[in-house]
Design a protein around this ligand. Structure first.
Ligand code: ASP
Ligand code: MG
Length: 412
């Protein structure tokens, strides 16, 4: 059994979806096809939610109509029947007092819709397949927008479903799961990669392939850096570090389930299925031979200083991280000095509440609008180039790796 994951960009158009069918028809093994919402549908659904939360029903209707029109146009171009679109009218809010709960009920529609369309397209092209409903098979807790998966239950549910099926190809939704009491949940933005890794682990897949709009894993984002090079193979630990540093190529949670079972992960271009792409596996020769540049944008640097002078680092760390964890902030960098602790976190909607609580316990300083640049395989020359003309709020360097927290408007 293989796992193929197609992200939003690969299923954004009718040509993209036909190409998915082509790639699957080239595969002779049984395959689990994990799909994301089409194109930027997740963002569009977030806008519907925001409008509904703000009681702006006109705007919600308009945003929803454009989502439906977009999917209808793709269905048309694929010559599929329109009744495969499972939702047509603006969904009502689940519970206006609970943003996260409402988010998961609404935003999960993107994957439910895309998987229905992809399955219909495969069937129309003669690929016999069924569709698995991950809101029933991927069992999670109630941590909406960042749901934790019950691995044992989910594995048993998925295996049962596959045993009952006579098909060779199964289409399923990335990013979404469900609770025991039937509510839909999501695994965090870009979570479809994680789904692919989990199901790969559950079925002891021979490999997992993430099909992307890039040739594989590059040493930098080609939109930001000229002359990027492909990294043909990486160790699991390198891949974790790259994704944690902000490389948007794979979700950080993707690696562990694969590493545990030594399942190789391929990142391949969906425009050229025969190309080798990049392979992440246990036996990769390391370290990576070229310098790697990774940007993690939209960071906030928080620096705390205990209010009393009896500064005990361990205690302050405990308090700080307890608050950070409870507010679900994602930490990208940590630094402690004799009397202060600094952390940089992703700027999310939870930051404000966390800052408020931190201010009760610490003297607080914070700076938003920052980017974290991680350079693996750095040299003094590279470091000089990258720091020139930029306002650096914090830097951490080891022999091979530099991490720079840069004021956003000071880099180009
Ligand atoms: N559709 C979700 C998102 O855009 C999940 C994914 O694409 O991985 O975040
Ligand atoms: Mg994605």
């Amino acid at each position: 059994m293989k796992v193929y994951k197609f992200g939003g960009a690969s299923v954004a158009t009718s040509e993209g979806i036909s190409n998915v069918a082509r790639i699957i028809s080239l595969c002779e093994d049984d395959v689990l096809v994990v799909v994301s919402a089409m194109g930027k549908t997740t963002n569009a659904l977030e806008r519907v939610l925001d409008a509904l939360m703000a009681d702006d029903h006109v705007l919600a209707q308009r945003e929803w109509d454009s989502i439906v029109a977009y999917h209808d146009a793709v269905i048309d171009r694929l010559s599929l029947p329109h009744d495969i679109l499972p939702f047509r009218s603006v969904p009502s809010l689940w519970d206006k007092s609970d943003y996260d709960l409402s988010y998961d009920q609404l935003v999960s529609l993107g994957e439910l819709i895309s998987s229905a369309i992809v399955q219909a397209c495969l069937l129309s092209q003669g690929i016999d397949c069924d569709r698995l409903d991950m809101t029933r098979l991927l069992r999670t807790d109630h941590t909406y927008r960042d749901a934790r998966v019950d691995l044992a239950v989910s594995q048993a549910l998925l295996r049962q479903a596959l045993q009952k099926s006579t098909k060779r190809v199964h289409v399923l939704q990335g990013f979404i799961g469900g609770t025991e009491d039937g509510l839909r949940t999501t695994l965090g933005r870009e979570g479809s990669d994680y789904t692919a890794a989990l199901v790969g682990n559950f079925v002891d897949a021979e490999s997992v392939t993430i099909w992307k709009d890039v040739p594989g894993i590059l040493n930098a984002d080609p939109r930001l850096v000229p002359n990027t090079v492909l990294i043909p193979e990486l160790r699991y630990s390198d891949a974790v570090e790259l994704s944690y540093s902000g490389a948007q190529i794979i979700h950080p949670k993707t690696i562990r389930p694969l590493e545990n079972k030594h399942i190789p992960l391929y990142v391949k271009p969906f425009g050229d299925p025969a190309a080798p792409g990049s392979k992440i596996h246990a036996d990769a020769k390391g370290p990576i031979q070229v310098p790697v540049y990774i940007w993690r944008k939209n960071q906030v640097l928080i620096t705390v200083r205990p209010k009393d002078f009896a500064f005990v680092l361990e205690e302050s760390l405990n308090t700080l991280f307890e608050i950070i964890h409870r507010h679900r902030l994602k930490v990208s960098l940590i630094q402690a000095s004799a009397v202060t602790i600094s952390v940089s976190v992703d700027h999310t909607r939870y930051v404000a509440a966390a800052l408020e609580e931190l201010a009760e316990r610490f003297t607080l300083n914070y700076n938003g609008g920052l980017s974290l640049l991680t350079i693996r395989g750095t040299t003094p020359r590279i470091l000089e180039q990258e720091t020139q003309g930029r306002e650096i709020l914090l830097s951490q360097t080891t022999r091979r790796t530099a991490r720079l927290l840069i004021k956003e408007n000071t880099h180009t």
